[in-house]
Ligand binder design. Structure first.
Ligand code: PLP
Length: 444
């Protein structure tokens, strides 16, 4: 019976982003709070909220009840119908998103929110080019993966699978492409580079600049404090739309409801998913400002999906947002994030391989290096499997010690559910410290 779980999954289903041979997936059975359990009863501390989406933690029965109540009334209705739950969720999102963002197009997940944002920006502006960062991830559908610049997940499917997507360098200060000495200077260089690219590409052909509200799977690259404000200014100067991808960084993850709230800027379009339902059911959304929404009062909005505004998923989202608010989870993320930062600062003294820790709220990455002076990574970016020894050893150790999180090349991700306590953080950092001892052995 136990073996059937793994055997059936491996024999009859394909696993994302992997060679299918020799996979050994955890056989998950149930979960509660910040923990989940496997078929043998082994407990795992979920230090990445699964895919950085289970923001409220596992097993919250308020969602089960809200979903069940909705399904007793109606589970699904044609997206052209009005439902109570759709309207209530739309209204709530208009209240909690910044500025004049006022209407939502509901999608199935993050990638479809991005696809629709790209299409809408092209329709609305009559322009065709979209600028994104090389170091970014926006989803796996064709437009979204083409937007994901230099992410190696983009390489096998053709970086220009969707044409007219232009990439720029990030202000990655730890490895500043312009060799600067301060995060501010690196930010200024990145902005000057961005403006040059806009001019070379012809500003009148650029529909939108798309960026993550806070960088996630590309290494949690922090924006310089003024960076997004200045992007807003560039967008206004050239009539370009600003698209903020809050799929990973939204719903309290960074210690504010949305990561862009740290910058006091309102984008024209905001993309949401993941923490919108905390992963309990699939749902995404593309929010637009009242200006854009009004344009479509007179012009047809040629966008749609069979499962847009799915009533059951909307019920999960509305209850999820109430849980975030009732539990002050945004504040807890900010508080626990500050605690995490102080504790990891202490780990730096113990572990020579910690080169950098970049964190906002509970979205953080430890960057591991062989040498703090040269910053040579423990595992190079986009390394071949044969160069991944340290990464593989660390990933195996994390699992052995009863933790779940991602190790990507030389980054260890730390993004636990927003309900986490100090005690649970201490337990997690004890495991992380043991894992980083493996990286220390590669230091020179
Ligand atoms: N945008 C960002 C910033 C993401 O991190 C992701 C997924 O990790 C996506 C978009 C795509 O979301 P989904 O996997 O729900 O399509």
């Amino acid at each position: 019976m136990n073996d059937d779980i793994k055997k059936n999954s491996l024999d009859y289903t394909l696993f994302s982003w992997s060679k299918q041979g020799n996979l050994n997936p955890i056989q998950v059975t149930h979960a509660k709070g910040v923990y989940f359990y496997d078929v043998d009863g082994k407990k795992y501390l979920d230090f990445s909220s699964q895919l950085m989406n289970v923001n409220i933690g596992h097993g919250n029965q308020r969602i089960t009840e809200a979903v069940s109540k909705q399904m007793q009334k109606i589970s699904y209705s044609f997206p052209g119908t009005a439902t109570d739950i759709r309207g209530k969720l739309g209204k709530k999102l208009a209240e909690i998103t910044p500025g004049n963002l006022s209407k939502a197009l509901f999608t199935i997940g993050g990638a479809e929110a991005i696809e629709n944002a790209i299409k809408l920006a092209r329709i609305y502006t009559g322009r065709h080019k979209i600028i994104t960062h090389y170091r970014s991830y926006h989803g796996a559908t064709y437009g979204a993966i083409a937007a994901s610049g230099g992410d190696p997940r983009n390489h096998p499917v053709d970086t220009q699978g969707v044409p007219n997507i232009i990439h720029v360098e990030n202000p990655y200060f730890y490895r500043c492409p312009w060799g600067t000495n301060s995060i501010e200077e690196c930010g200024e260089m990145a902005l000057a580079h961005l403006e040059r690219v806009i001019q070379f590409e012809n500003p009148e052909s650029v529909a939108a600049i798309l960026f993550e509200g806070e960088s996630g799977s590309s290494g949690c690259i922090k924006y310089p404090p003024f960076y997004l404000k200045k992007i807003r200014e560039l967008c206004d100067k050239y009539g370009i739309l600003m698209i903020d991808d809050e799929v990973m960084s939204g719903f309290g993850r960074t210690g504010k409801m949305f990561a862009i709230d740290h910058h006091g800027v309102t984008p024209d379009i905001m993309c949401l998913a993941k923490g919108l339902t905390s992963g309990y059911l699939p749902l995404g959304a593309m929010m637009v400002t009242d200006t854009i929404a009004n344009y479509f009062n007179e012009n047809p909005m040629i966008l749609g999906l069979t499962y847009s505004a799915h009533a059951t998923c909307c019920a999960a989202a509305l209850e999820n947002i109430k849980i975030i608010e009732d539990g002050n989870l945004v504040e807890n993320a900010a508080k626990m994030g500050a605690y995490m930062e102080a504790e990891i600062e202490k780990l730096k003294a113990k572990h020579p391989s910690i080169g950098d820790f970049r964190n906002t709220g509970l979205l953080g990455c430890i960057e591991l290096v062989k040498n703090r002076e040269t910053k040579e990574p423990i595992t190079p970016w986009n390394a071949k499997p044969s160069d991944m020894e340290a990464t593989q050893k660390m990933a195996a150790k994390i699992r052995e010690l009863g933790m779940f999180t991602f190790v990507r090349w030389n980054w260890i991700f730390i993004a636990p559910p927003l309900i986490i306590t100090k005690d649970e953080i201490n337990k997690g950092l004890k495991i992380i410290s043991e894992v980083i001892s493996i990286a220390d052995e590669y230091c020179n």
